[in-house]
Design a binder for this molecule. Structure first.
Ligand code: SF4
Length: 349
């Protein structure tokens, strides 16, 4: 059995949790050390604080189901070391390039997701940046179609310029996903084809266009606990906070440079979710990639720690996600309610 990759989170040096910020207010002046101190609280104290903050800003015991579809797969010119869609590792990963899906097929997938209980539909294209032309026009049509189904529409398309952001807003886009991935200091270890500031610039353009932000990161790539706190600090010091903060655990994919990394300790995930909840009280914290590797109990602990959305469905871009029926069973057994429409399960027809 492989040993999980664990980060040591000792109790804060003074052993006094009360010295750690309580959280709960919308602040944009977080110090990394404050977030680190939160992460280092005894686990029960941390989860308790996170749940208290959660209840001040969100309905209790609800979870949103979001569905994610890869609308254009592979052959991405970026070299993100965790990503099987990068052209840099295509020979090793064997992920073939698939062109942009047809609008009708994407909308059919959105209809199925809606029928399965999703209220948010996220579409990902493996592009470095958006290029004007027929593909972008098709994406705009997808956004309009998804919105017409009554779903929140989110896209992740790489970098966008001001005009493209404006057109996405005009099409009715709810959210733009653009993850920071990790801390500014560790970023260069993971990606060399763009810089941190590129990410922040795109986020600023999207915000300026009036689209909500979905931005988070990945743990388990070899970063330190301070890197994790720094990433949350950068996100929490955006004003306003990103409305959606996906927390991913690395899914090591064969053929990528991070293939050999040990799995993330589930408790590290819980600590990360809780710290995100406390630092960004009103944001939706999403359990994203890597959820499949968490036990049902660890996922429920993450929900207690303030996660209030899960990515749902069989595939998370190109890696397998938790099974749909298992997800619904977990939600039911935990006594949680799905936000929005009740999912139609296979049993219910
Ligand atoms: S994470 Fe996105 S930008 Fe990076 S290689 Fe994969 S598809 Fe390209």
């Amino acid at each position: 059995m492989s040993q999980s990759q664990s980060t040591t989170y000792p109790t804060a040096p003074n052993g006094a949790p009360d010295a750690v910020p309580e959280g709960g207010e919308l602040r944009h002046d977080w110090e990394a050390e404050e977030i680190l101190a939160l992460m280092r609280l005894p686990l029960t104290e941390l989860v308790h604080r996170a749940q208290s903050v959660h209840r001040r800003h969100h309905p209790e015991n609800t979870v949103q189901l979001a569905s994610l579809l890869s609308i254009k797969t592979g052959a991405c010119p970026e070299d993100c070391k965790y990503c099987p869609q990068s052209a840099h590792y295509a020979k090793e990963t064997g992920v073939a390039r698939a062109p942009l899906m047809r609008v009708a097929d994407v909308l059919e997938a959105a209809r199925l997701a809606e029928g399965a209980g999703a209220t948010r539909f996220c579409m990902g294209a493996a592009w470095r940046e958006v290029r004007d032309g027929p593909d972008f026009e098709a994406v705009l049509e997808m956004v309009r179609g998804v919105k017409a189904l009554g779903l929140e529409a989110c896209v992740t398309l790489g970098m966008v310029n001001e005009e493209q952001a404006r057109r996405l807003a005009e099409a009715g886009l709810t959210a733009y996903n653009h993850n920071l991935d990790t801390s500014p200091e560790f970023y260069g270890e993971i990606i060399s084809t763009r810089c941190y500031q590129d990410r922040l610039d795109t986020l600023a353009r999207v915000r300026e266009a009036g689209i909500t932000l979905c931005s988070g990161g990945i743990i388990g790539m070899g970063e330190s606990e301070l890197d994790r706190a720094r990433m949350l600090q950068v996100l929490a010091n955006l004003d306003p906070h990103p409305e959606s903060v996906p927390i991913n655990a690395l899914v090591p994919v064969a053929g990528t440079p991070l293939a050999g990394r040990e799995p993330v300790d589930p408790i590290d995930m819980v600590r990360m979710v809780a710290a995100a909840r406390i630092a960004m009280p009103a944001s939706r914290v999403r359990l994203s990639a890597g959820r499949r590797n968490l036990s049902r109990e660890a996922q429920i602990l993450c929900l207690m720690a303030g996660a209030n959305s899960i990515f749902y469905g069989e595939k998370l871009l190109t890696t397998a996600n938790a099974d749909t029926e298992e997800d619904l069973a977990m939600i039911r057994e935990a006594g949680l309610e799905v936000e929005g429409a009740a999912p139609r399960t296979a049993e219910a027809g």
